[in-house]
Design a protein around this ligand. Structure first.
Ligand code: 0PR
Length: 352
């Protein structure tokens, strides 16, 4: 068999993942054969996971967080919905979850797997319209979701108002900061556990956290929330398990700790400042060429580029994704430099 090589990041403008930090890469390799799913046997990675959760708590301003390192944002979102559904047992047998239309498709999976109804609130200026969300909340609502750093436009929902909506209905409030969580601490946006009464949150080290894949994060305000997920594990040394998967990646856990130890907070702040300035510059460059640009609020730019132009640059190896509305979408991750974007613009101009 010919030796396959991984994706080169040089022309990747579509991904929310990036090259892991060197310390995260090394830690991942050291812990490749460990399984935090069996903490009684793999004690050192289990201790690292407690460290990962504690560090994530610092990022989201939550003392004594409960949580674990998931396989990604999808698992964390599914589990958050599961917590809310289980907590409402006895209160409703027809549960629904209210999400903004901008919510990631992992909530569609959650609704399907958990047999809850998904209600999508329309947006105003790319954020959840709280009046519209209020209309959808009723006595069967078990969870309201706010997105902090939306997948398509990097927008942040009004979390405090959504939290009130949830709690007035007796439901839990979940924030999906899978991508935005390592950028938002350096902005003025309200999004974290100190800004609003958030119950659960998704924040993924394997995105802007610069850890190796797979490393997502699920955090809960208190241990009793996480306990909603507990099932008995009769033959393991530990007696119960809250995770969705059984055997899990010790590499993801170890690399999360290594990345956060190396980068929190100064490294992440420097990267946010760099990427945000670059996103604004890139948005201006596209705007100057006459393309309609959605103003970036986090390092993610959406712009209305003609489909044939996008196809032409794709043929040159550029990886650009699109929004549901059809705009080209550029995620300014750590591997994306000014040189990268200059060279993209040169190819775009040549194709035009
Ligand atoms: N929540 C939000 C806000 C997300 O943006 C994503 C993924 C998830 C949850 C789900 O996370 P996992 O994919 O870790 O389960 N957002 C990206 C997307 O779907 C994921 C991605 C990453 C896509 C790398 C492409 C890629 O190359 O667009």
């Amino acid at each position: 068999m010919q030796r396959a090589e991984p994706q080169d990041f040089a022309r990747v403008l579509s991904s929310m993942c990036t090259e892991p930090h060197p310390a995260a890469r090394a830690a991942a390799e050291r812990f490749l054969a460990t399984n935090p799913g069996d903490p009684g046997t793999y004690e050192s990675v289990a201790a690292l996971e407690r460290e990962a959760v504690s560090l994530l708590g610092e990022v989201v301003r939550l003392d004594d967080p409960a949580g674990y390192v998931t396989s990604g944002g999808t698992e964390a979102n599914v589990q958050a919905v599961r917590i809310a559904r289980n907590r409402a047992r006895g209160r409703t047998d027809d549960p629904n979850v209210v999400v903004p239309e901008s919510a990631h498709f992992s909530f569609t999976k959650a609704a399907d797997v958990l047999d809850v109804e998904l209600r999508r609130a329309p947006l105003t200026d790319y954020r959840a319209d709280t009046d519209a969300a209020a209309e959808l909340v009723d006595s069967d609502t078990v969870c309201v979701v706010g997105v902090a750093g939306s997948t398509e436009y990097g927008r942040v929902d009004p979390v405090a108002t959504l939290a009130d909506l949830a709690h007035d209905a007796g439901a839990l409030f979940h924030v999906d900061a899978a991508w935005g969580g390592f950028a938002l601490p350096f902005t003025d946006h309200a999004w974290d556990f100190a800004d609003a009464p958030v119950d659960t949150m998704t924040i993924d080290p394997h995105k802007l956290g610069q850890a190796a894949v797979p490393a997502g994060g699920l955090l809960a305000r208190s241990p009793d929330l996480l306990e909603e997920l507990a099932i008995d594990t009769p033959y393991l040394e530990s007696t119960s398990q809250v995770t969705l998967t059984g055997t899990r990646s010790g590499a993801g856990v170890a690399s999360s700790v290594a990345a956060m130890e190396a980068l929190w907070p100064d490294g992440y702040r420097a990267e946010f400042d760099r990427a945000m300035a670059l996103a604004e510059w890139f948005a201006d460059e596209l705007d100057a060429r006459g393309y309609a640009v959605v103003d970036p609020v986090l390092p993610l730019v959406a712009a209305d580029l003609p489909a044939d132009l996008v196809a032409a640059v794709r043929d040159l190896g550029w990886r650009v994704s699109k929004t549901g509305a059809g705009e080209a979408r550029f995620v300014v991750m750590p591997h994306v430099t000014r040189g990268t974007l200059r060279s993209f613009l040169a190819d775009l101009d040549a194709a035009a």
